[in-house]
Design a protein around this ligand. Sequence first.
Ligand code: PLP
Length: 407
Amino acid sequence: MNNLLDIQNIRKKFSILYDNNLIYFDNASTSLKPDIVIDKIKNYYSLYPANVHRSIYKIGLKASEEYENVRKKIKEFLNAESTKNIIFTSGTTESINLISHSWGLQNLNENDEILLTEMEHHSNIVPWQICSQKTGCKIRYIAINDQGELDLSNINELINEKTKLVSLIHQSNVLGTVNPIKEIIQIAKKQGAITLIDAAQTVPHLEVDVKEIDCDFLVFSGHKMVGPTGVGILYGKENILDGMQPFMSGGQMINEVNLHSVTFNELPLKFEAGTPNIAQVIGLGESIDFISKIGINKINEYERYLTEYALAKLRLNAKIALYANSKHQGSVISFNIQGINAYDLAEFLDQKNIAVRVGHHCAQPLMKVLGVPSTIRISFYLYNTIEEIDFLILSIEEAIKFFLDRA
Ligand code: PLP
C-alpha cells in the first residue's frame, strides 16, 4: 500500500478518467489533461480572447498579463536566472530546431564536431543532420551499453577540443534510463562546448534545476506535463541567446523596422515572432500550478514506486524481454514478448481498454542498436495505479495464452 499521493482525489480531476475504464499508459507520448487546464483555455477564449503585447484595452492587458505570468511560473519551476531565459515555442521539436538554426548554422563549420547519443529522439538527431549538411560539421554519438545506459568509457575522447555542442536526452523515451547529464555537462564545459538537454521526459516527472545542472539550453513540451499541445519551452543562457540571430521573423520580434533595415526586440521576444499560442501558454500555467501543488518530488517518488512494481512483475515472466536494466530508471518501460508481434499485443491490450504505445517511438537509431523494429512501451504518470498495473499483467498473461499456447 502506498499513500504518497491522494490518488483518488487526483483521478477525480481528469474527466476522461471518471466514467470510462481507460487505463492510460502512454504518458511518454502525451499526458492526460485535468479539467482545470481545459477550463483555463476555455476561459481565455470566452472571457479575454485578445492578442498579447500590443493591445491597450482591458481584455488585451489581461491576456498579456496572464501570458507573461506563465513565463514567471516557468522561470520559478526551472529555477532559471530570469524570464529573459524563457522562450515560448510550440514544443521540444521547435525548440531544438530554433537552436540548430539560430545557433548551429551561425557557429559551426567543417572543423567542428557535435556529440549526440544513440538514444536520442529523432527531434534531437534530424535537425543536427540538416545542420551538418549545411555547415559540414561532424556528428558523433555516445554509444549504449547492455544495461541500456550511456557508455561513458571513452567520453574524454568523444568530447575533445573540436566538440562545439553536446546535445543529449535527459531521460530516454524508450528505455526510461535517466542519463548523468551533470557529469557530461562538466566535461563538455572543460572543452568549451555548448550543452543542450532534451528534458521532454524529465521536466514533467522530476525536479529540474537549470542553475544546478548548469546547461546552456534545456527544452521540453507542455503536453507531456498535463498541459496543452502546441506549447513548449526553450530555456537558454542569456549571453548565448543574445548572440543568436532570430529563428522566425515578422511581428513582435522587432524593435524598429525601416524599408531596408531592422533592429530586433530584446529577449525573450526576439524569438517569439507573430501571434503566439496564447491559449496554450495560459493553459500551461495552470498545469505548472497543478503539478506544483501536488509536488514534483512526490510525483517522482510515486512514479518510482509504480515503475519498480511493474518491473518486478514483468521480470517474473521469462517470455518478456526488457530493454533496460539501469539503477537510474524513470517511469518508462519498453518490452517485447517472444513470439508475439508487438502490434498484435498492443491491439489485444486496446481491446481491454489499456492504451500502450507500440512502434519505434521516434528513435529508429536506438531500435537498430536494440536489434528490434519496435517495442511495446508503457509509461506512467501521477494518476496511474497499482491496480491498473495488475490488470495489465493479467492481460499480458491472457495474451500469451491466446497467441502462444494455441499456436
Ligand atoms: N524528445 C523526447 C525525449 C520526446 O520524448 C519527445 C516526444 O515524444 C520529443 C523530444 C518531441 O516532443 P514534441 O513532439 O512535443 O516536440
